[in-house]
Design a protein around this ligand. Structure first.
Ligand SMILES: [Zn+2]
Length: 380
């Protein structure tokens, strides 16, 4: 019996070796075929025949980790070129492959959701990202895009929910953005006149981000609504003191509150001190405008001239010209100043007031979130 076993041993070895060889040969042949298909597909792409390329890529039954990566990139390339239909076909095909590793499946799902997002099919994108988050708790990228979707839909409650979930799962800090969401809710209720809810949302925003300047602005608005200009002014001044770019948003509110208090000189002093502290050209422009309109300084033109020398600004120069004109009696000089004024006014008409310092997008109104790059707190 033992002899028979010894005789069978080489046979078993031979059979095993042959099976392994067959498998290896098959795998090699598949790899070669995959590689051939890849080259064929890429050639079609280079010939600007994307549909033929898709046919080659998608009709192949087998896929390995390398080709999966290529498919992913291919789909992303289609999306970046604005060909979202093709991107969706590639990523959908990839997701349906049972042989896909978990990591690649997640990447394909993310890409699939991004395709829907790019196509503006927000509900479909939301569905994909929610499923991703459910199955891969706290997937950062899915949370990020889902937040963008809710921001776009202005569904601030859900935006808060997904941000809190992401914070809990990944430990990343979204407190500043969450405070903005609460402020958005507060503004919505402000417009409806639900002051009690406004106060609730302001509290939540403050709890989320204690240093939020937007909260200060809202608190000022609330005091102003209650006919308390003194309290409103304090909040507005605190906000501008913390962040001088807010003067563009608050200048009218600052003037209105100060005017109600009958103390415009106080605002001029405040802006002048702030100018010294920040050396911000914009502060000079608002101060110059105020000086021109209210002329509190004994010699407003001389005072403004000094500042314009220090912080050259076209808008402030225009106000200075207007001040010079007030004290000018010579007809010729007045004519020349008129000309200068007209040229500067024409030039300033082509300039926008605000710009996003992240993407450079220009706009006429101050916004807390840039409409182009969707970043918060980047408009100045
Ligand atoms: Zn931007």
């Amino acid at each position: 019996m033992l002899e028979l076993l010894f005789l069978l041993l080489p046979l078993a070895f031979l059979s095993g070796w042959q099976t392994a060889k067959k498998r290896y040969t098959r795998a090699q042949s598949q790899k070669r075929q995959l590689s051939d298909n890849l080259v064929k597909g890429i050639n079609f792409l280079l010939d600007e025949q994307p549909d033929k390329a898709l046919e080659v890529f998608l009709s192949h039954p087998e896929i390995d980790e390398y080709t999966a990566e290529t498919y992913l990139l291919l789909g992303n390339m289609f999306r970046n070129r604005g060909e979202v239909d093709r991107a969706l076909r590639v990523h959908q095909n990839l997701i349906s492959r049972p042989s896909l590793a978990k990591e690649q499946k997640v990447a394909a799902m993310l890409a699939y959701g991004e395709d829907f997002f790019a196509a503006g099919m927000l509900d479909r994108a939301e569905g994909v990202f929610n499923e991703l988050i459910k199955n891969n708790s706290g997937d950062m990228q899915a949370c990020g895009t889902l937040r963008s979707i809710y921001e776009q839909l202005q569904d601030w409650d859900k935006a808060i929910e997904v941000s809190l979930c992401a914070e809990k799962q990944t430990g990343t800090d979204h407190s500043r953005i969450i405070a903005h969401y609460y402020c958005e809710l507060a503004e919505q209720e402000f417009d409806k006149g639900n002051i009690h809810l406004v106060e609730e949302y302001i509290k939540s925003a403050q709890k989320s981000h204690k240093k939020s300047n937007r909260v200060l602005v809202l608190q000022g608005d609330l005091e102003s609504r209650k006919n308390k200009p003194g309290a409103a002014l304090k909040y507005y001044q605190k906000a501008v003191n913390n962040d001088s770019r807010l003067v563009g948003l608050l200048d009218k509110k600052l003037i209105e509150a100060t005017r109600q208090l009958g103390d415009i000189e106080n605002l001029c002093d405040f802006l002048k001190k702030l100018l010294g502290k920040t050396e911000d050209q914009k502060i000079l422009e608002y101060w110059a405008g105020l000086t021109l309109r209210y002329g509190q300084d004994k010699h407003p033109a001389e005072a403004l001239e000094e500042e314009v020398k220090k912080y050259p600004s076209t808008r402030a120069l225009l106000d200075l010209i207007k001040l010079w004109k007030l004290n000018q009696e010579s007809a010729l000089s007045l004519q020349r100043l008129d000309l200068l004024e007209q040229v500067l006014e024409q030039h300033l008409k082509t300039q926008t007031e605000f710009q996003c310092h992240h993407c450079g997008y220009k706009m006429n109104d101050f916004l807390w979130r840039c409409p182009a790059c969707h970043h918060w707190d980047t408009v100045a």
